[in-house]
Design a protein around this ligand. Structure first.
Ligand SMILES: *Cc1c(COP(=O)(O)O)cnc(C)c1O
Length: 453
């Protein structure tokens, strides 16, 4: 048996992020202004983002230096370990060699602090005093609360109301790190009040919470907005994951055949796979697979089109794989995968065949997660269970074909705050949602009317 846990020392922490933009197979369509339909100018974003992040959003520089102040905090849990899943391989009887990158090691328990820390830093540098954001199940809200706390910023989180009541513990984490968390729709914004007037019992959605957080940031000069996925700068900050994995695989003299990650807005997946895109482009036969929920299948069933990022149409239009901005996904337990769109960078790579997409229904994902927990010990987040389900299928295929394959996946977070979902699974109460064909068709009919090419 060779190494079980492949660790790097602090000196191996990447000093630069990798920007995939110069290595794309085609130019990235620009974001459009939500009112004029013309390409958005950097100035349009200034009311809610600091200039440094706007520059990163459009940068064509391949490597972007990570500030020392950011490295100093990432160091608290990075580099994260890469594990060889020997026990899982044995349980499956597969000739595949399976590796997983453990992003559950951060204080918030997921990959999300990788970008939260960087975003809080650049906002602090720009003289901002307060950050707003939205959160579904609470992973992003807690990551930003952690980051804001380190840089002495106030933080207000609009949390989707049904999760606010169902998932109290991530709200407690936000409070422990000093953030203020309010259920959305709230009475604190015009967008929230408008929704409540129509439906006082509205359970909320990510789209509504984004509208509230953006409105709040637009109305206060001391406040900016922060987004935990989808945008180019978020993908950029997550590449520390894949950059570390490259070094770790070299240490054990391995090259990946298959890279796998779960996809909500696409950031943990991008973080793992983007650094491998140039290798694939230069001819290495690497399969790159993004896994999404069958109930919210933006890549496998959506269209590649310009759409809003939020419900009220306040954000710029992004060209992406989308199910339509007013699609409200069924209440699956992987709250972090319930978003109508996919990151423009991931969508473009999907469109050009660099990235494959598959979807899984939630019961199969929980089955896979329990098998994984019994073999490897780690109880994964419901989001991550989608990646695990795909890994099991690929490992079984390798067994059928009698081929040694190297499979690497991103274990985006642990599930220790999601045990209520596991409880439902064990009680046999989890159901698979029908693919919401009608609802998706209806919401795709409401795509913004702009020239799509
Ligand atoms: C938020 C979250 C996701 C989904 O977001 P991406 O931007 O697609 O990575 C996946 N896994 C975990 C643990 C999360 O918290």
């Amino acid at each position: 048996m060779s190494e079980y846990k492949i660790t790097l020392s602090e000196q191996d922490l990447p000093r630069s992020w990798y920007n995939v933009i110069p290595d794309l197979p085609a130019p990235l369509p620009p974001p459009l202004h939500p009112c004029t339909g013309q390409p958005a100018r950097p100035d349009d974003l200034r009311p809610i983002f600091p200039m440094a992040l706007i520059e990163q959003e459009v940068s064509t520089q391949r490597h972007i230096r990570i500030p020392e102040e950011v490295l100093d905090i990432l160091r608290l849990w990075r580099p994260t370990p890469l594990f060889r899943a020997y026990r899982l391989e044995k349980a499956l009887g597969t000739p595949a060699r399976i590796y997983y990158k453990y992003e559950g090691a951060s204080p918030a328990g997921s990959h999300k602090p990788n970008t939260a820390i960087a975003q809080a830093y650049y906002n602090k540098q720009a003289g901002i005093k307060r950050l707003t954001t939205e959160t579904g199940a609470g992973q992003w809200g807690s990551a930003l609360a952690l980051a804001a706390n380190f840089f002495g910023l106030e933080c207000q989180v609009y949390m989707v109301k049904c999760s606010y009541h169902q998932k109290p513990y991530r709200r407690t984490m936000m409070q422990a790190w000093g953030a203020r968390c309010v259920p959305s729709p709230s009475t604190e914004t015009e967008s929230g009040r408008r929704v409540l007037q129509e439906d006082p019992d509205c359970p909320g959605s990510l789209g509504i919470a984004i509208s509230e957080a953006v409105e709040d940031a637009m109305h206060r000069p001391d406040t900016n907005y922060s987004l935990g996925s989808v945008l180019n700068h978020v993908m950029l900050h997550q590449t520390v994951i894949g950059l570390e994995v490259m070094k770790q695989l070299k240490l054990v003299d391995e090259e990946p055949d298959i890279l796998i990650g779960c996809c909500g807005g696409g950031s943990n997946f991008a973080g793992l796979v983007f650094p491998f895109v140039p290798e694939k482009a230069s001819g290495k036969p690497i399969r790159i697979i993004g896994v999404e929920p069958a109930a919210c299948p933006s890549m496998t069933k959506g269209v590649y089109a310009y759409d809003y990022g939020d419900k009220s149409g306040m954000t710029p239009l992004l060209k992406m794989d989308t199910l339509g901005h007013d699609f409200i996904p069924p209440g699956i337990h992987a709250g972090g995968l319930r978003y109508h769109g996919m990151a423009p960078l991931v969508s473009l790579l999907h469109r050009h065949g660099v990235v494959e997409a598959v979807s899984y229904p939630q019961v199969r994902c929980f089955e896979a997660a329990v098998l994984f927990a019994r073999a490897e010990g780690i109880i994964v987040a419901p989001e991550t269970s989608h990646a695990v389900a795909c890994v099991l299928d690929e490992a079984r295929r390798a067994k059928e074909e009698g081929r040694e394959k190297v499979i690497v996946f991103n274990l985006s977070g642990h599930g220790l705050l999601d045990l209520g979902s596991y409880d439902k699974y064990f009680a046999g109460e989890l159901v698979d949602y029908e693919y919401p064909d009608d609802k998706i068709r209806e919401s795709l009919a409401h795509l913004p009317k702009v020239p799509q090419e």
